[in-house]
Each structure stands twice: as structure tokens, then as C-alpha cells.
Design a protein around this ligand. Structure first.
Ligand code: BGP
Length: 473
């Protein structure tokens, strides 16, 4: 095992999945606050118009989540006990700018993150901060059409700049948009997009993508100017696509599927629209409106590192007989007969992790930061309040082993923040029972429970991993 000295072991959470306190201290409503549980959730995530106010009688998991807003000190103490070197969090845009287009930021919101970062630093935990993790102030959706509107670029720039100025002495690692490629698959989640019946969805999505890419470049620019010692990265929902056979058609199809995602990172890291993307837009009659300065902005302000999440790999086939699309994943992958799956149907593919890391490093030659990985599982609490999550330990062990292999392959990886080190709300389903944590939270899918925290078996295991810098797995 060859993890570099100073490797940033830790965990990752997102504001809307952990904080709760959804209207406290002046916070405005965000898109996630409009996502109830159940089938309506999926309809909205794919772009169906939601009710712009929560509906009486529906259950919205983000509203209270695990109350990290009030319990963060207790939770950070547990992370510190595990020896975390870093914690990835996101800032809720609507805590800072409740409507998104406000002239003045909300001091109470800014203060909360001051306190949060101070608490982390007190424990020598490096904050790694995502500026937008799947939330947009609802006002921006209602009044501007969200990221389809160029005005969002300016609002985001103001928001990001406010953060850099305020936290320049506390935060050294930033990320612009969480899983930016998710915009294409879950447009409401990634960009607050809702569609009318006869909308050209691709046209709207790619225009919104362009706006996020320009906004990201402007954030990189501002970060480098305001906080020259900080590093700012992008964030990709990664996981490679395997061709189902060695038929060149399948291989080409797999390459094209991966390029749907690489497109974003190619722009953010290499600084220009790649040829294949220009061709895709032309072939599909999509015209992106750009401003004169965009090309130069994208070229000049590329990211310092590549953040990515890795949970699963995908597979694709051009043969209609094999093409038994599964509905359990938003990437529309077909079944891979060589791999096991989680209880939620996500493939378990540690080797794919090594391949993905190599692929990203070959392509970008920039440091990688694994900012999400983990197993969502149905944990059982024993009568004496314990969780024996050996399946999670096994999953993590196999993935961390492959990560170390990638490092030995020459891939530069600066850290690993596993997803949901404490149980939080699931982004896709809104369930609490899809648990990733080393720390169990007493709360169920209906929102009932005491919110008490307890250590699972994996807690001590991860502690030893960090203590030994990955030597003891
Ligand atoms: C990523 C998101 C996270 C997170 C994770 C696990 O896509 O960045 O927010 O939740 O996936 O997904 P889920 O919570 O749906 O299991």
C-alpha cells in the first residue's frame, strides 16, 4: 500500500442531505426542498414541474434530514475520533443568498459555515467545499427558469465570490458543481430545469450546461484571484462504460457514452469544447448561445484537480437482443453478468475503480480527488444497538485496495472522502434506509426516530485504515 504522506482521508456529505433546518436563520427554499418521497420525486427529478411550495401532507426528507445544522459539533467529534483528515461538505446556496438574486448575503448563513469550518479546523480536519451540490434557490427556478437563463452565471459568480472572500483563510479545497454531468440525466437535480411538453430538452440541457461551464470558469478565476493558495476542482460522476462485446460497434457506443460525461470535464480541465462535442451538437441541430468572452474564459480558467465520485461501472450494447435496459440506474446501463449488485441494483466493481482512475489521469494529467465512494445498504440494528456491517467493510476494503493499485500505476490521487460517513438522506430516493455511514443515525424513511448516533463495526475499521495510512485494511 503506497498512500502518499498527507493523503486526505475522510468523508463527504452535502448540505441538503444532512443539514435539515430548511428555513432556519433566513435560508430560502431550494430545489431539493421541493422533492417529496415516492414516485413524484422521480418525476420532478427528471424535469416535471413541481409545486413551488411544499404541499401539506407530503414528506420532504431534506427539511429536517439528520439535523446536522444543530448537531455538527457532535458529528465532527466522531469524525475526528476516526482520524479524518478532511470532510467534504457543501454550502447551501439559499443560506447565503436566500432567493439567489439578493443584493446582500444573509449574515446568519455565512456565520453558520464560519462555525462549521472553525469546528473542523479545531480538529485538524481540512474542509473540502462544494459550492453547488444539487441545489438551486427556488426563486431562481420560478423567475428565471434556472440554469437555462444566462443570468444564473452572474448570480453564481456573486455567490462563489462571496464564499471565497469570506472563507479564504479557512478553506483550501473547493469544487464548483457536484457531479456536473448529472445535469443530462436528472436535469432538475443537476440544474433546476423543468420542461414544458413541447420543449426541446436537449437544447435546454446543453444551453444550461454551457452556462454552468462558464460559471465554473468564472469561479475558478475568482478563486485564484482571491485565494491564490487554494485549489479548485471540478466534480464528475465517474464510472466507466464497458462494451458488452468486442464488436467495434459496442466499443464505439461505450466510448460515446463515456464522452457524454467527459464533455464537461474536457471543457473544465482542458479549456475548450472538444471536437466530438461540436459534432454532437451539429448532428443534433443544437445551437449553443455563447458570449464573445466565453471561449477565452473557458480556456484561461481551468481547474486545478479532478474530483470524482465512483460507485459503479456501466455496460452498453448495440445489439437489441442484449439491450435489456435496466431502470435501476440513471445512466441506462445494461446488466453486466460478471458483477454483483448492491440492494439498489448498483454494480459493485472495485476493478472498475482502478480503471476509471487510470482513465481520468491518462486523459487529464491532473491530481485526482476521490470525493465519493461507498455502499448504500439496508443496515440491521441488533437488540443491543449494534450494526455488524461486514459487507460495507468488504466493499470499502476492495475499493481502497484498487485505489492503491491505481496509485502504484502512477495515478496521482490526493485524497479519498467516502460518501456519507454518517447516515444521511439518499439523494436519489430520499430514503434514510439507504445507509452509507460508519455512524448509524436513528431515523427511518418516514422521518421518525430519535436522531441518536451510534458507531457501526465499520467505524473502528475505518479508524485503523486512516491511522495506518491505508496499510491496515
Ligand atoms: C451522488 C451524489 C450524492 C449521493 C450519492 C449516493 O450521485 O453526489 O449526493 O447521494 O450519489 O446516491 P444515493 O444517495 O442516491 O444513494
Amino acid at each position: 500500500m503506497t498512500f502518499p504522506k498527507g493523503f486526505l482521508w475522510g468523508g463527504a456529505i452535502a448540505a441538503n442531505q444532512a443539514e435539515g433546518a430548511y428555513l432556519e436563520d433566513g435560508k430560502g427554499l431550494t430545489t431539493v426542498d421541493l422533492l417529496p418521497t415516492g414516485s413524484k420525486r422521480w418525476d420532478i427529478m427528471f424535469g416535471k414541474l413541481p409545486s413551488f411550495q411544499p404541499i401539506e401532507g407530503e414528506f420532504y426528507p431534506s427539511h429536517d434530514a439528520i439535523d446536522f445544522y444543530h448537531l455538527y459539533k457532535e458529528d465532527i467529534a466522531l469524525f475526528a475520533e476516526m482520524g479524518f483528515k478532511s470532510l467534504r461538505v457543501s454550502v447551501s446556496w439559499a443560506r447565503i443568498f436566500p432567493k439567489g438574486d439578493d443584493k446582500v448575503p444573509n449574515e446568519a448563513g455565512l456565520k453558520f459555515y464560519d462555525n462549521l469550518f472553525d469546528e473542523l479546523l479545531k480538529h485538524n480536519i481540512e474542509p473540502v467545499v462544494t459550492i453547488a451540490h444539487f441545489d438551486v434557490p427556488v426563486h431562481l427556478v420560478e423567475h428565471y427558469g434556472s440554469w437555462r437563463n444566462r443570468k444564473l452565471v452572474g448570480f453564481f459568480e456573486t455567490y462563489a465570490t462571496t464564499l471565497f472572500k469570506r472563507y479564504k483563510d479557512k478553506v483550501k479545497y473547493w469544487m464548483t458543481f457536484n457531479e456536473i454531468n448529472m445535469l443530462l440525466h436528472l436535469p432538475f437535480v443537476g440544474a433546476g430545469l423543468v420542461f414544458e411538453e413541447d420543449d426541446d430538452k436537449n437544447q435546454i440541457k446543453y444551453q444550461a450546461a454551457h452556462h454552468q461551464l462558464v460559471a465554473s470558469a468564472l469561479a475558478v478565476k475568482a478563486c485564484h484571484e482571491i485565494s491564490p493558495d487554494a485549489k479548485i476542482g471540478c466534480m464528475l460522476a465517474a464510472g466507466m462504460t464497458y462494451p458488452y462485446t468486442c464488436n467495434p460497434d459496442d466499443v464505439f457506443d461505450a466510448m460515446e457514452k463515456d464522452r457524454e460525461s467527459f464533455f464537461f470535464i474536457d471543457v473544465q480541465s482542458r479549456g475548450a469544447y472538444p471536437g466530438y462535442a461540436k459534432r454532437f451538437l451539429k448532428d443534433h441541430n443544437l445551437t449553443i448561445e455563447m458570449e464573445a468572452e466565453d471561449e477565452e474564459l473557458l480556456r484561461k480558467h481551468t481547474v486545478d484537480y479532478i474530483g470524482f465520485s465512483y460507485y459503479a461501472s456501466r455496460a452498453t450494447s448495440t445489439d437489441p437482443k442484449v439491450n435489456n435496459m435496466t431502470s435501476s440506474n440513471v445512466f441506462g446501463s445494461i446488466e453486466n453478468p460478471y458483477l454483483d449488485k448492491s440492494e439498489w441494483g448498483w454494480t459493485i466493481d472495485p476493478k472498475g475503480f482502478r480503471i476509471t482512475a487510470n482513465q481520468l489521469y491518462d486523459r487529464y494529467q491532473k491530481p485526482l480527488f476521490v470525493v465519493e465512494n461507498g455502499l448504500g445498504a439496508l443496515d440491521q440494528l441488533t437488540d443491543d444497538g449494534e450494526v455488524h456491517d461486514d459487507y460495507r467493510i468488504d466493499y470499502m476494503k476492495r475499493h481502497i485496495t484498487e485505489m492503491s493499485e491505481a496509485i502504484d500505476d502512477g495515478v496521482e490521487i490526493i485524497g479519498y472522502t467516502s460518501w456519507g460517513p454518517i447516515d444521511i438522506v439518499s439523494a436519489s430516493s430520499g430514503e434514510m434506509n439507504k445507509r452509507y455511514g460508519y455512524i448509524y443515525v436513528d431515523k427511518d424513511n418516514e422521518g421518525k426516530g430519535t436522531l441518536s448516533r451510534s458507531k457501526k463495526d465499520s467505524f473502528e475499521w475505518y479508524k485503523k485504515v486512516i491511522e495506518s495510512n491505508g496499510e491496515v485494511l
